[in-house]
Design a protein around this ligand. Structure first.
Ligand code: 2E7
Ligand code: F3S
Length: 318
């Protein structure tokens, strides 16, 4: 006779997984493939998830990092994270067919940046260096018009042209709590700085972090389903740790779970980044069921009803 499975409760955070911007971006690639046939090129991972990217590759999408890698006569889609202005400009100059899958909540920040620039303000962006969203947002304006800060310490070191003519903008996937501190440091050093009511963090980032906070006190371990290059997923791991969960790990799928690290654990939290599909959440839950006498408890801290339309060029009648 085999030993009975040990009991374990899985606290399943909600909202988790796909946001409206990810849904839209994936749909854009799928519809583009139907409309124009394969290959359709995608500049950068459409969203930061290998499972999603591999699924679209199987349908005929070809992923590249730079526009130079795309032939003139094939359609190209720009990823959900946004692109510098120079990218659509280059596609236009080559008379390519291009579709912009930038999340509308990122485009909103691009417009905000342009408005501040027109008002004669230099900008400080709170974001992560090298992330495509940061590169895309900073690339809406000429070099030097957007200065980057990543931490409270960076705020002390930044040198704007005129401290009286400053605005701030942010990446959409930052840690809400860390950003409060960085904004406070900016306001303390530059009292005249203007900006959004709070920051530019999107609803999906905010809600996913809040649901992790709601379960953090009840769990011994947190697993965040998401990719290593997914900013919002990595922030969920940090939120878990910052809120008392000593063991918080990012896993791409069930095979990444370190079962030895979970020995003796009785309460595990599960969430998923905005680019992680629900099939991978189910795969992880099934892996727990195979090893433990598992009870699943849903902890829902918000309902989401946001939906974004695909660009006009891809709407069905056309
Ligand atoms: C676009 C934007 O693809 P992701 O993992 O991206 P991040 O920015 O978190 O690395 O998640 C979806 C997404 C989030 N933000 C897409 Cl700007
Ligand atoms: Fe957009 Fe936020 Fe998702 S910026 S792509 S709604 S994580």
């Amino acid at each position: 006779m085999t030993d009975p499975k040990p009991p374990l409760t899985l606290y399943l955070a909600a909202p988790r997984g796909f946001c409206a911007g990810v849904d839209r971006a994936i749909k854009i690639v799928e519809i583009a493939l139907q409309k124009w046939g394969a290959p359709v090129y995608v500049r950068h991972e459409i969203v930061h998830n290998k499972f999603v990217v591999d699924g679209l590759k199987a349908l005929g999408a070809v992923f590249v990092e730079e526009l130079d890698e795309v032939p003139d006569d094939r359609p190209v889609i720009f990823s959900a994270h946004g692109v510098p202005k120079s990218v659509p400009a280059a596609a236009q100059a080559r008379e390519m067919i291009w579709v912009d899958a930038t999340c509308p909540l990122v485009s909103k920040v691009h417009i905000e940046a342009e408005r501040h620039h027109e008002n004669g303000l230099q900008m400080i962006m709170i974001g992560h260096a090298g992330h495509p969203e940061t590169i895309g947002t900073m690339g809406q304006l000429p070099a030097g018009e957007v200065l980057l800060v990543e931490t409270v310490a960076d705020v002390a070191a930044v040198h704007p042209r005129d401290p009286e003519k400053l605005a701030f903008i942010t990446q959409t996937t930052l840690s809400v709590d860390d950003t409060i501190e960085i904004v406070a440091a900016l306001k303390a050093r530059f009292p005249a700085i203007v900006g959004p009511h709070k920051e530019d963090i999107c609803y999906a980032t905010t809600n996913r972090q809040a649901s992790v906070k709601a379960i953090a006190g009840q769990i011994d371990a947190l697993l965040v389903i998401g990719a290593p290059n997914s900013s919002n997923s990595r922030r969920l791991v940090e939120v878990g740790r910052a809120n008392g969960c000593a063991y918080a790990q990012l896993v791409q799928r069930a095979t990444d779970i370190d079962w030895r690290a979970l020995e003796g654990i009785r309460a595990v939290g599960i969430t998923a980044g905005a680019s992680a599909p629900e099939v991978l959440v189910n795969e992880v839950i099934d892996a727990f069921r195979a090893r433990f006498d598992t009870t699943v408890e849903l902890v829902e801290t918000a309902k989401e009803h946001v939906e974004f339309k695909v660009p006009r060029i891809l709407r069905m009648a056309e």
